[in-house]
Design a protein around this ligand. Structure first.
Ligand code: ADP
Length: 180
């Protein structure tokens, strides 16, 4: 990259199934650092998600309404680096929680850099209270009737509660199990 230009657009990619307060913490931090942040919500290729792409996008949109420089877009059938080029983004943000995230994130970062040397990959760490928070954990707790209201935005908590109620009535938790 020549000079870091004055307008920095960062992409924050992920599956966000569903978005948690840990993700929102990272989005908030990024929105203060960059001119524009695009949250890229990936259509899942390999894993069945609990929520549809549209629902996952909507949950994030509802949670970032107060951040004028944050946009939420789908990332479907294309490489993240191509998405970045298309949106003139010069940075990719990922969240780092514990050491266990490191190896996978490093591998992805090297590969993305190889595919698009001009993009910078930046890691942000969340507030301590979200350091062990993961979407899969939230789904697991919710499927067993635990209280997840301090872990996810309100619309997500309400929706998970509804799903749990339905499961209790119908006696099947298949969607949860397949996506954890
Ligand atoms: P992916 O399927 O790409 O890992 P996720 O939705 O699980 O998508 O996570 C997207 C990004 O957010 C990843 O960089 C992940 O490490 C980060 N992340 C997930 N949970 C948290 C959290 N509690 N705090 C900070 N970063 C997080």
């Amino acid at each position: 990259m020549d000079r870091v230009n004055s307008h920095i657009i960062a992409v924050y990619p992920g599956s966000f199934d569903p978005v948690t307060l840990g993700h929102i913490d990272i989005i908030k931090r990024a929105s203060k650092l960059f001119d524009k942040v695009i949250v890229a919500v990936a259509a899942s290729l390999h894993k069945k998600t609990l929520f549809s792409l549209e629902e996952r996008i909507e949950f994030i949109r509802e949670s970032v309404r107060d951040f004028p420089n944050v946009e939420v877009k789908p990332l479907i059938n294309k490489l993240l680096v191509d998405f970045c080029k298309e949106h003139k983004a010069n940075a990719i943000i990922r969240g780092l929680r514990a050491v266990s995230d490191f190896e996978y994130e490093f591998k992805m970062a090297w590969m993305n850099r190889r595919l698009y040397p001009d993009v910078e990959i930046l890691f942000l760490i969340p507030s301590e209270e979200y350091a062990y928070l993961a979407s899969s954990l939230v789904k697991e707790i919710a499927s067993l009737g635990g209280d997840i209201s301090s872990l996810v935005p309100k619309p997500v908590a309400n929706r998970l509660r509804e799903m749990r109620e339905r499961i209790k009535k119908e006696g099947t938790g298949e969607e949860f199990e397949q996506s954890i």
